[in-house]
Design a protein around this ligand. Structure first.
Ligand code: ADP
Ligand code: F6P
Length: 321
């Protein structure tokens, strides 16, 4: 393979730039030209493609967001969109594509693979919800951003002896809530993967007060319901004077942590190696039990499911009261 393409797609994640940098520099090191595609699959279909040099990726490792831009482009779900994308890649002489993104973006790569075009997926999303990997690029930065917010909220919650609901991202997954909740000492963590009872949540706030707790922090994954909705349910049970903080998109920005930069660099470099060796089919890079792995993308998306570390949920139940 002499020429490969790279795009970032879906929700951006800190560390995507570090991954693009690694792909470009490793590619050049291996004698492969790397072409950047702007705006994810939208730019692919539009042919918004140019060659990337070493210098194009200089000064990018520390930056959040993605300098290749990203997009939500539902038109790529159509066969017409996918074939147009392949046509553009062939027009530029690009023989394989690296897709950095979340589970939706992986579906785009999977579609190209099913049309016979070689792809490699790199897991990049703050949600950490991709099958075939324990961690995705951006997750570590996001949970540290959330942790910083929880620590600040705890100060004011204690001063006023208040209950706070901190709504965090994770469209369908509880990973951000679980990790930031345990790290932040949250009294309760509410995630889509575990049932909860609003009465039990209320009881535990009351019990905490009786035991002398000065605050109650509930970390709520957005996939369950919104913070204001959850607060309304609690207020129906008792007059808790709940405050809600919806952290929103600050979780997606910021300079990537060392861990995310290193993960991105390893994933990016590995993606080039596997594209060089495997000229057909679709693969995806991951880290499982602290080892870098290369999975088949079709098998991963069809047969594997992401499950967060629910031991953390159990642990928090035991140590947060
Ligand atoms: P993320 O990758 O962060 O999960 P999305 O779910 O929005 O974000 O997906 C990003 C993009 O991937 C979509 O806008 C679309 O272009 C492409 N995509 C998503 N699902 C599919 C699919 N089933 N087939 C082809 N492309 C898809
Ligand atoms: O997929 C990443 C994510 O940040 C989710 O956690 C969140 O629900 C969603 O993207 C928000 O997407 P948008 O970019 O459309 O605001």
């Amino acid at each position: 393979m002499k020429r490969i393409g790279i795009l970032t797609s879906g929700g951006d994640a800190p560390g995507m730039n570090a991954a693009v940098r690694a792909v470009v520099r490793k590619g050049i090191h291996e004698g492969i030209e790397v072409y950047g595609i702007n705006y994810g699959f939208a730019g692919l279909v539009a042919g918004d493609i140019r060659k990337l040099t070493r210098r194009d990726v200089g000064d990018k490792i520390s930056r959040g967001g993605t300098f290749l831009y990203s997009a939500r482009y539902p038109e790529f779900k159509t066969k017409e969109g996918q074939l147009k994308g392949i046509e553009q890649l062939e027009k530029f002489g690009i023989e394989g594509l690296v897709v950095i993104g979340g589970d939706g973006s992986y579906m785009g790569a999977y579609a190209l693979t099913k049309h016979g075009y070689p792809t490699v997926g790199i897991p990049g999303t703050i949600d950490n919800d991709i099958p075939g990997t324990d961690f995705t690029i951006g997750f570590d930065t996001a949970i540290n951003t959330v942790l910083d917010a929880i620590d600040k909220i705890r100060d004011t919650a204690t001063s006023h002896v208040r209950t706070f609901i901190v709504e965090v991202m994770g469209r369908n997954a509880g990973d951000i809530a679980l990790w930031s909740g345990v790290a932040g000492g949250a009294e309760q963590i509410i995630v889509p993967e575990m049932d909860y009872s609003i009465e039990e949540v209320a009881d535990s706030i009351r019990e905490g007060r009786e035991k002398g707790k000065k605050h109650s922090i509930i970390v709520l994954a957005e996939g369950v319901m919104s913070g204001p909705e959850f607060a309304a349910k609690l207020e129906e049970i008792d007059n808790f004077h709940v405050r809600v903080s919806v952290l929103g998109h600050i979780q997606r920005g910021g300079s990537p942590t060392a861990r995310d930069r290193v993960l991105a660099s390893i994933f990016g470099s590995k993606a080039v190696e596997v594209l060089k060796e495997h000229q057909e089919g679709g693969l995806c890079i991951g880290i499982l039990d602290n080892k870098i792995v290369v999975n088949d993308i079709i098998d991963t998306l069809e047969n594997k499911k992401h499950v967060p570390d629910l031991e953390l949920y159990k642990l928090n139940e035991e140590i947060s009261k």
